[in-house]
Design a protein around this ligand. Structure first.
Ligand SMILES: CC(C)(COP(=O)(O)OP(=O)(O)OC[C@H]1O[C@@H](n2cnc3c(N)ncnc32)[C@H](O)[C@@H]1OP(=O)(O)O)[C@@H](O)C(=O)NCCC(=O)NCCS
Length: 210
C-alpha cells in the first residue's frame, strides 16, 4: 500500500497499543454508541473540541458518523480500555496524499490524564505511518487546552504555529513527521516519497517512549 492509495482500506483494521484497542466505528455496539452520544452532548468536551454540544438524537448522530467514517479521506475508531469499555474516539481525517489530520476525544473523565489518550494516538500513528505510509500528521487544538497539548507533545507532536482565532481563542497547530515517529519508535526507516512502503504491519507494540 502506498501513501497515495490510502483510500482503499475500508473498513480499517482493529489496532492495539498499550492498554487500548481501537475498533472501527462499524464495530461499536449499542452501549458504546450510547456513551459516544453522551460524549458529543457534553458541554465541556464540546468546548475543548471547539464545537457546539450535539443536540442530535442518537439514531441521527450514529447515521451521520457512520456516513462520515465511510469516507475515503477518513479513518475513525472507537477507543476501548483494558476492560473492553468504550472510552472515546480517535480519527484521521482530511487524508490527502501523504498527510492527514488527527482528532481525539477521550469522553470518559475517569480516564483523563492516565495515558489512554497517548496509547490511542500511538496506535493510530503507527497505523498512519507504518500501514498507510503517511509523511505527516497534523492537528490543531486550543491554547487553553493544556492537557491536550501535553498529551500531544508526549507522543511527539511539535508546535508549529499559534494564532488568535476569530473569537479570540488561540489556535495551536502541531505536526508529527514520519522520520520523528520512527526515531521515537527506535527503528528509523528512511522515507521514500515515491515508494512509501509500510514498514511493519503491526500497529501494536512497545511504548514509543514519548
Ligand atoms: C486531550 C486528551 C486526548 C488527552 O488524553 P489523556 O489520556 O487525558 O492524556 P495523557 O494521560 O496521555 O497525557 C496527558 C498529560 O497532560 C498532563 N496534564 C493534565 N492536565 C494538565 C494541565 N492542566 N496542564 C499541563 N499538563 C496537564 C498529564 O499529567 C499528562 O502528563 P503526564 O503523563 O506526564 O503526567 C484527553 O484528555 C481528552 O480527550 N480530553 C477531552 C477532549 C479534548 O480535549 N480533546 C482534544 C481536543 S484537540
Amino acid at each position: 500500500m502506498t501513501a497515495t492509495s490510502v483510500g482503499i482500506a475500508h473498513p480499517p483494521p482493529r489496532l492495539t497499543w498499550g492498554r487500548v484497542e481501537l475498533r472501527p466505528l462499524t464495530a461499536l455496539d449499542r452501549h458504546a454508541w450510547r456513551r459516544l452520544h453522551a460524549h458529543f452532548r457534553d458541554p465541556e468536551i464540546a468546548h475543548l473540541n471547539g464545537t457546539p454540544p450535539s443536540r442530535l438524537p442518537l439514531w441521527l448522530l450514529r447515521r451521520m458518523l457512520r456516513a462520515d467514517a465511510a469516507r475515503h479521506d477518513r479513518r475513525t475508531f472507537g477507543i476501548f480500555d483494558e476492560q473492553a469499555a468504550y472510552i472515546g474516539t480517535v480519527e484521521l481525517y482530511d487524508l490527502r496524499g501523504s498527510e492527514a489530520t488527527l482528532g481525539i476525544i477521550i469522553g470518559e473523565r475517569s480516564h483523563w490524564s492516565r495515558g489512554y489518550g497517548g496509547d490511542a494516538m500511538r496506535a493510530l500513528l503507527a497505523y498512519a505511518f507504518e500501514q498507510l505510509g503517511l509523511e505527516r500528521v497534523r492537528l490543531h487544538t486550543f491554547g487553553d487546552n493544556e492537557r491536550a497539548q501535553a498529551a500531544f507533545r508526549k507522543v511527539g507532536f511539535v508546535e508549529r504555529q499559534r494564532q488568535t482565532g476569530q473569537r479570540g481563542r488561540v489556535d495551536v497547530h502541531m505536526t508529527l513527521v514520519r522520520s520523528a515517529w520512527f526515531e521515537r519508535r527506535g527503528a528509523p526507516i528512511a522515507p521514500d516519497p515515491g515508494h512509501a512502503s509500510p514498514a511493519s504491519a503491526s500497529a501494536g507494540g512497545a511504548d514509543a517512549g514519548g
